[in-house]
Design a protein around this ligand. Structure first.
Ligand code: NAD
Length: 411
């Protein structure tokens, strides 16, 4: 019988990759499911609920993963967990493949097959497995809710006998999955919303949500989307024009939510210190790109930086602040990916190594990094998909500069 194991996540990760709902589906598909006692508690899923759904409760992480054919995690686990797994088993989670190369190499060496859900190809067949979308959507929502809660004014316009409260102005930079949800949430709260992106396809989506599109719409903008639907790195000339437009616009904004990312590159710098200084005291910037270097100049990962009365939120793991929904959606993403890996008749692990979704997400097998893109990015061999990678000491993206005059508060 195929066994699926789920260890507990680290202290700073409230989400979990298995819910009672997905236990039922996986058991029905022929799997035996084991979960570490208490692993779902921070998402409010009790051991009893898992047991009722058909899971077995394990007393330790080791016993949850020992003998498992598939181990499901939210984050990349410590190598000790993989060492307790059997060789050839599959470890599936958001393994953060472009950072901490040493940690990744140690995991790969255990001989476990590593699958990074972040690398799921964005094709229609894989939509139900798209963890970036399921989590970014919640991040966009939470960014606005956090900003609204911290903002010392109201968001909607209110007409009262004592006078009118003006609507707050919210500017969303980067209109992917997170940005669209940020716009929708800010609109529901009654703010006047504007948004920008470098992809022309976004213009209509912004309008359909009742927001105004603000962008430099030149010839380069018309070509700015890749065939995969992502943004391209823009030319210096475009960046200059965009910066001038944003500088003018940002002055009048109360809340700015930045979500701009370019696949495989550091986040584009869109808000300079001067722009921050041009904003009214009490304004708030929430930088969702902070883990990839940040869109705002003074943003610091995990901190609220206050600069001349403007607060810049660099909160990490926003989906983890809505863990019940984030875990439910993430667990469904995992279940959708895992079910086709199970031979329902023989009840064994039956991975089709030629499947595009398997090839896209597989990063290591038989002790070697097998994803050519990651091997290359980690500074290793360029010799094709099966080439083992030489891993540099640390592949983490460079964090923002450390010489800051602004005041920082740990979140
Ligand atoms: P993302 O997280 O990579 O980037 C966020 C946004 O930042 C993007 O809209 C991007 O265009 C924008 N951006 C980049 N540089 C910018 C700059 N200099 N100024 C302003 N904005 C900038 O994006 P995402 O949320 O992953 O979505 C990217 C695309 O993928 C979208 O078209 C989305 O609809 C599409 N998508 C497809 C699927 C699917 O087919 N399964 C699933 C999810 C998303």
């Amino acid at each position: 019988m195929i066994v699926i194991g789920v260890p507990a996540e680290e202290k700073d990760e409230p989400r979990i990759g298995l819910t009672p709902e997905t236990v039922k589906k996986l058991v029905k598909a022929g799997a035996k499911v084991k979960i570490r006692s208490g692993a779902g508690l921070r998402s409010h899923f009790s051991d009893e609920a898992y047991k009722e759904a058909g899971a077995e409760i394990a007393g330790s992480d080791e016993s949850a993963v020992a003998g498992a054919d598939i181990v499901l995690t939210v984050r990349r686990p410590k190598a000790e967990i993989a060492k307790s797994m059997k060789k050839g088993a599959a470890l599936i989670g958001m393994l953060d493949p472009f950072s901490d190369a040493e940690g990744l190499a140690a995991l790969a060496k255990t001989g476990v097959a590593l699958f990074a859900m972040e690398l799921m190809p964005r094709i229609s067949r894989a939509q139900s497995m798209d963890v970036l979308s399921s989590q970014s959507n919640l991040a966009g929502y939470k960014a606005v809710v956090d900003a609204a809660a911290a903002f010392e004014r109201a968001l909607p316009m209110m007409m009262t006998a004592a006078g009118t409260v003006p609507a707050a102005r919210v500017f969303v930079m980067g209109v992917g999955v997170a940005g669209l949800q940020a716009i929708a949430t800010a609109r529901r709260l009654g703010a006047i919303v504007t948004a920008t992106d470098v992809r022309p396809a976004v213009k209509e989506q912004v309008a359909s949500l009742g927001a105004k599109f603000v962008a430099v719409e030149d010839e380069e903008f018309k070509q700015a989307e890749t065939s995969g639907g992502y943004a391209k790195e823009m030319s210096d000339a475009y960046k200059k024009k965009q910066a001038a437009l944003v500088a003018e616009h940002v002055k009048s904004q109360d809340i700015v939510i930045t979500t701009a990312l370019i696949p495989g590159r550091p986040a584009p710098k869109l808000i300079s210190k001067e722009m921050i200084e041009s904003m009214k005291p009490g304004s708030i910037i929430v930088d969702l790109a902070v883990e990839r270097g940040g869109n705002a100049e003074l943003a610091k990962p995990g901190e609220i930086v206050e600069h001349k009365g403007v607060r810049i939120f660099g909160k990490l793991n926003l989906p983890g602040q809505v863990p019940v929904n984030a875990s439910s959606l993430y667990a469904r993403n995992l279940q959708a990916f895992v079910e086709p890996l199970i031979d329902k008749e023989k009840k064994t692990l039956a991975v089709n190594w030629d499947d595009d979704l398997v090839k896209g997400t597989l990063i290591a097998r038989n002790g070697e990094i097998v994803n050519a893109m990651i091997a290359e990015r980690l500074g290793g061999a360029k010799g094709g998909a099966a080439a083992p990678a030489k891993l540099p000491a640390n592949g983490t993206a460079k964090k923002n500069g450390s010489k800051r005059q602004a005041k920082g508060t740990k979140l």
